[in-house]
Write a protein that binds this ligand. Structure first.
Ligand code: ZN
Ligand code: ZN
Length: 133
């Protein structure tokens, strides 16, 4: 297996490093704020544009919350979430339910798989209790 070394700009590298440093996912706003405190500040539009490039290169992935907010994580971190559609609360799963699933050979032929996403949506315990009481 050939190791991929996608060529990225110094700005994209900065964004990727910020995401790798953080234990949690980050929104574009948070990344923008974070970089603003350092020496490599960039405009919010630039942040979002470069995040899109990183997604296309298969280095990070994004997750859309019911609130419309988008969160970013490095693809190396394989986390999935349960998200409540009522209050927007999200909870990370302990392990990846996808890992053991093999793609059918026919489907994965001539396709270099970079990452996967999987999200669960539902109603959290708190919201369920509010509904029944
Ligand atoms: Zn809820
Ligand atoms: Zn996974």
């Amino acid at each position: 297996m050939v190791s991929r070394k996608p060529d990225i700009t110094s700005r994209q590298r900065r964004l990727l490093e910020e995401l790798e440093k953080c234990d949690d996912e980050m929104s574009g706003q948070e990344l923008h704020r974070q970089l603003h405190q350092g020496t490599s500040s960039m405009g919010l539009t630039t942040v979002y544009r470069n995040l899109q490039v990183l997604i296309k290169k298969g280095l990070i992935r994004s997750r859309h919350l019911p609130t419309g907010e988008v969160l970013y994580t490095p693809v190396a971190r394989d986390i999935h979430h349960l998200t409540c559609v009522d209050c927007g609360e999200t909870r990370a799963l302990d392990e990846c339910p996808v890992e053991t699933t093999k793609l059918p050979k026919k489907t994965s032929q001539n396709f270099e798989l970079l990452f996967h996403t999987l999200e669960y949506f539902g109603i959290c315990q708190k919201c369920l209790e509010n509904k029944t009481s």
